[in-house]
Write a protein that binds this ligand. Sequence first.
Ligand code: NAD
Ligand code: IPM
Ligand code: MN
Length: 362
Amino acid sequence: MKKRIAVLPGDGIGPEVTQAAVDVVKATAKRFHHEFEFHYAAIGGAAYDAVGEPLPDQTIEVCAASDAVLLGSVGGPKWDQVAPEVRPEKSLLALRKQFNLYANLRPVKAHEALQEASPLKPEIVEGTDFVIVRELTGGLYFSEPRKKTEDSAVDTLVYTRKEIERIVETAFQLARSRNGKLTSVDKANVLASSKLWREIVEEMRTGYPDVTVEHMLVDAAAMQLIKEPSSFDVIVTENLFGDILSDEASMITGSLGMLPSASVRDDSFGVYEPIHGSAPDIAGQGKANPAGAILSAAMLLKQSFGLTAEAQAIEDAVERVLKDGYTTADLKGGRVLSTEQWTAKVIEELDSESVSDSICFS
Ligand code: NAD
Ligand code: IPM
Ligand code: MN
């Protein structure tokens, strides 16, 4: 298969983890005989420094001309004082809006080998496997008016029926393909947008009699994620709640560095990125955990290119490296490797699978 992948490394540890993901995709392409072209473009603070804006037109063009996008992370203290409309973080929001990537899928899966790495007890972590479906192009992040003066500030939270319906539909379909349980998380005891959200979920559930639906208030959901994470299957929620709950949920797996994500729409195009930020405190030190980025690349191969076996090969390789006890500094326990060394282990595993394949077939 021939495909074009846009690569947007961004800031901080973004370039380090993105390089890891690209190396793993290259190794996968070699093993499965695919031809992937990688087209690099600037985003975030790196783009702002180069051309004065965090999402240059050229970057949008590179993405538009590609089949999928791999992204690192943006932002950092260096750009804390720049004008709000050219902050690095704006580039992410603009990219999501520009390409109508309304559904952000954030799988949270506890790795058996990392049970001791989580601050939660192993018996609580065990069996955790759910997906947060986060609405990504609406809500507080985008609604107008938004303004700040010295004495007051306003943000606005708008959701339209259409925006809610399409994300809830994505979540129902996903729940149907998994274990048939959907938890809709809102703040319907306070927010009008949440009341509409809950009404729409209630209307739509009749079309999915095979899916069990529960509603949960976001504060209670934050608690339940820690109390019994294995009770969840698919969680659907609005933009800001999904952002916060997914960082919280990452610690079930042992580190924020472990979680991948896919930002998708109705066709096969998508932007794939780890859920973490640019981690300025460890940038440039070879300490970043590349697992979230590598697993995001696996999601890209599966969701945008339909390459299920290839994605599985990457996930299996990651699992084996963890089972062998190799970790990065953010994870508690194990033999700590650098970003590059850990990535090399994943590639070794991919290559050794390919040797055993050829033995099988010869
Ligand atoms: P962060 O996610 O960058 O870091 C939080 C903590 O987790 C830090 O201690 C960091 O060292 C650690 N961490 C994160 N990813 C890691 C990894 N892969 N391996 C090891 N440790 C890891 O969040 P923050 O410090 O609040 O934000 C820093 C900057 O990143 C801010 O400018 C923020 O706006 C931006 N940000 C960007 C994205 C994105 O690009 N998608 C996401 C979140 C935050
Ligand atoms: C994320 C990040 C972004 C978000 C920021 C950097 C705009 O936290 O992708 O989770 O809030 O969506
Ligand atoms: Mn976030």
